[in-house]
Design a protein around this ligand. Sequence first.
Ligand SMILES: Nc1ncnc2c1ncn2[C@@H]1O[C@H](COP(=O)(O)OP(=O)(O)OP(=O)(O)O)[C@@H](O)[C@H]1O
Ligand SMILES: [Mg+2]
Length: 317
Amino acid sequence: MIDKKRASEIIKRFPEKKVLVVGDLILDRYLWGEVERISPEAPVPVVDVKRESLNLGGACNVAWNISELNGKVYIAGVVGDDLNGETLIKMLEESGINPVVVKDSNRPTTEKTRIIAVSQQLMRIDREKKDRLSQTVLNRLISSIQGIINEIDAVIVSDYGKGVITRKLMDFLRTTGKPVFVDPKPSNFSLYKGITIMTPNRKEAYECVKKDRSLPVERIGFEIKRKLGIDHLLITLGSEGMALFEGDKITKIPARAKKVYDVTGAGDTVISVLTLAKISGASWQEASSLANYAAGYVVGEIGTAAISRDTLLSILP
Ligand SMILES: Nc1ncnc2c1ncn2[C@@H]1O[C@H](COP(=O)(O)OP(=O)(O)OP(=O)(O)O)[C@@H](O)[C@H]1O
Ligand SMILES: [Mg+2]
C-alpha cells in the first residue's frame, strides 16, 4: 500500500511538523508488589509494595507518541492544583512535550492507580472528577491554546470523557481552521460534527450510532460520516486491521502484526502516525497504511506503546 521510498519522504518531514493534542490528561500509576497473607481486618489480600512506576496516560500518551516520532508537540488540558498535577507536567516536559496546561482547583489531577501482584492486576483505584470545565477554566484553556495555535499544523482531540472536551471547546477548535483529528468518546459523538477525521475502534463506532453488532461495519461507517457531515473516517478493527472511509469509498487495510503481546495504546499510535503522515503530505490511504504498520509494531512489543521514527521506517517492507 505504501513503498519504502515514498514512506521515507513522508516520515522525513515529521520533525518539521507541530501537533497540538487536546484532551483529558491522565497520570497512570502502577504499584508492583507481593501478596503474602490475607488481611486480619477483612478478607482481602495484603499487598507489600516493592516498586512504583508512573506513566503518561490518556491524551498524554498520544502526545508521547508524537514526541517519539520526532514531531513537535504541545498538549492542552487541565490538571488539579495538586502534587500529581505538578508531577504530570514535569513528566510531560521530560518527554519533550510542551504543556499548555491549566490548573483547576476544583478537580484532582485524574489518576488511575493499578495494584499488581502475583503477575495480575488486583485492583484499580481512580481519582477523578468528570464534571465539565467551569466557564473560567475553559476560557483560560482557550486563551492558552490561542497563544500557540498559529504555529500548529494539526490538532488531535483525545477524548476520555473527563470533562475537557465540550461543545464550546470543539466549536472553538473548528474556528481555528486547523485540521482536527479525533479519537472519540462515543457519548460525546454529537460534538464532533465537521471535524477532519475520526478514528474510533469497532466498539466505539457502533456505540457512536447506538447500533447493534449484527450490522456490517461498512454501514456503521457511512452512518457516522453522514451524521457528522465528515468526508473521512478510520475505524480500527483490532486483529482485522482498519477500514478507511473516503467519500463513498471504503479501503480495508489488513493488520500487520506478526506477534501480539499488548494491544493497549495501539489506538493512540494509530492517530499519532495518521496525523503526522497526513500533514507531511501523505494521502489518506498512505497515512492509514503507515499508521497500521506502526500499530502492528507496538502490539508486538511488551511494555512499549509508541514507535520511533527510525523504527517505523525500518519495519516497512
Ligand atoms: N490483535 C491484533 N493483531 C494485529 N493488529 C492489531 C491487533 N490489535 C490491534 N492491532 C493494530 O492496532 C490498531 C488499533 O487497534 P484497535 O482497533 O484495538 O484500537 P483501540 O481499541 O483504539 O486500541 P486502544 O487499546 O489503544 O484503545 C489496529 O488497526 C491494528 O493495526
Ligand atoms: Mg482507542
